[in-house]
Design a protein around this ligand. Structure first.
Ligand code: FAD
Length: 408
């Protein structure tokens, strides 16, 4: 069985690079007074993580969000973090995910040190149930050097006695982890503030200010204009409208996902369990998160439905029968930024050199956030990139055959 290898070539913490060498806070403030180097539209996990990386690379940065920071899909997600080895990942998508897997332990520790906020990152292991059609994933794990083991019925019963498992083949992934999204976002917001990033919640961007073919600023909902040298659009499923205004149509659409939170007295499950698109994520305190639906037809309607929650509850009861008696503690819905092939769009907006987008992360925006921020920083600072520059280009053709190593 292979072990995971972590490479120093990936930025492991938010502190690997010094921010603006020799810069003093007053010079930073003076620079900000003329408008930020980079204006980020959207303060979800993608916008915030990119903002921090860009700030650490030396840029002055401002983040605008039309609502509270980090309260959309980034807050709603389950926070599953699959294992990964960036040096051996097969595809650009797997590499971005693996950068996150490899660096999140250090980033979490550094965030806790800097802010006093624990983001809840922990490795609790995972059980993936694969049908024959999904068995291709095993070869990808092997090639990447991800630790896994096939578990038969008796082993599964020993390890997780509360399970009534699906009939498909079970693989144990010891390196599967999780993060508590709301806690992680709180830590990101606090850290961004400490770094001097200007955060403006409840300040929606209405449109672009274009002069002589170049984007010079944005128009806020208040009617004010804000200028910047460069722009990063990270507005989740709301990005499409702003891209269309620049004649770019990658087709980012909302895909609603509902989640149910159950609470039991006894811990009924230790590991995250993934069965196709549905999963159980034990939080380690008797709570089990049950996810999730995939509802593209719901559009921007962010609400739970009786049918959606009933299906999730039935799934939970089938897999862990004792959950029939669990208390339903909460339920919620979020809008994933979906793309035609499930892969994100990360890159320059064609025809607009100073505007980049990072959106369309679909089911995997939490695990892809650190890799995305690394790529965005490399693109903006014209550095060698961790994956081919155009791997996630906005004008790329959707790759409908793409098969990532992990589905959640
Ligand atoms: C139920 C569910 C479960 C999930 N589980 C996982 C998981 O286990 N692991 C994982 O990796 N991913 C998971 N995801 C996916 C992940 O949550 C998303 O891919 C990710 O949160 C997308 O982040 P984002 O920053 O692009 O978008 P968002 O979180 O939507 O942030 C976009 C921000 O832009 C702001 N905005 C929009 N328009 C404007 C404007 N005009 N001006 C200013 N601001 C604007 C919004 O207010 C919002 O705060 C899950 C998602 C859901 C819904």
């Amino acid at each position: 069985m292979a072990t995971q290898v972590h490479s120093r070539r990936y930025q492991r913490t938010f502190y690997d690079r010094p921010s603006v060498p020799g810069a003093r806070p007053d010079s930073y403030n003076a620079r900000m007074a003329n408008g930020p180097d980079i204006l980020v539209i959207g303060g979800g996990i993608i916008g915030l993580t990119c903002a921090i990386r860009l700030r650490e690379a030396g840029a002055t940065v401002a983040v605008y969000d039309r609502g509270d920071l980090g309260r959309e899909a980034s807050w709603a997600g389950a926070g599953i973090i699959p294992p990964g080895n960036p040096d051996r990942a097969a595809t650009p998508l797997d590499k971005l995910r693996a950068i996150g897997s490899a660096t999140l332990p250090d980033v979490s520790a550094e965030l806790a040190n800097a802010t006093g906020i624990d983001n809840g990152y922990r490795i609790n292991g995972g059980l993936e149930f694969l049908t024959p059609a999904d068995e291709y994933a095993v070869e990808l794990w092997r090639a990447e050097g991800v630790a896994f083991e096939r578990w038969d019925g008796p082993r599964l019963r020993d390890e997780e006695p509360g399970l009534s498992p699906p009939h498909s083949t079970c693989y144990h992934l010891s390196g599967m982890g999780q993060v508590r999204n709301p806690w992680h976002l709180r830590a990101l917001i606090a850290h961004a503030r400490d770094l001097g990033i200007a955060l403006s919640p409840h300040t929606g961007v209405e449109g672009w200010c274009v002069e002589n073919g170049r984007v010079r600023g944005v128009q806020l909902a208040s009617g004010n204009r804000v200028t910047a040298d460069r722009f990063l659009l990270a507005a989740g499923p709301w990005s499409e409208r702003h891209l269309n205004d620049l004649n770019c149509r990658p087709t980012v659409r909302p895909i609603r996902g509902q989640i149910l939170l159950l609470k039991t007295e006894a811990a009924l499950l230790r590991r995250t369990l993934i069965d196709d698109k549905r999963y159980l994520v034990p939080r380690g305190d008797g709570r089990i998160l049950v996810g999730s639906t995939e509802e593209p037809e719901a559009g921007f309607e962010k609400r739970t439905t009786e049918v959606g929650l009933a299906n999730l509850h039935a799934f939970a009861r089938t897999i862990v029968p004792a959950l029939a008696n669990a208390k339903v503690e909460a339920s919620w819905a979020g809008l994933r930024p979906g793309s035609p092939d499930g892969m994100p769009f990360i890159g320059r907006v064609p025809g607009h050199d100073n505007v980049l987008a990072a959106t369309g992360h679909s089911r995997a925006g939490i695990q892809l956030s650190l890799g995305t921020a690394q790529l965005v920083t490399e693109l903006i600072f014209d550095r060698p990139t961790c994956v081919p520059k155009d791997a996630f280009a906005l004008a790329r053709r959707p790759d409908l055959q793409a098969k990532p190593a992990f589905r959640s």
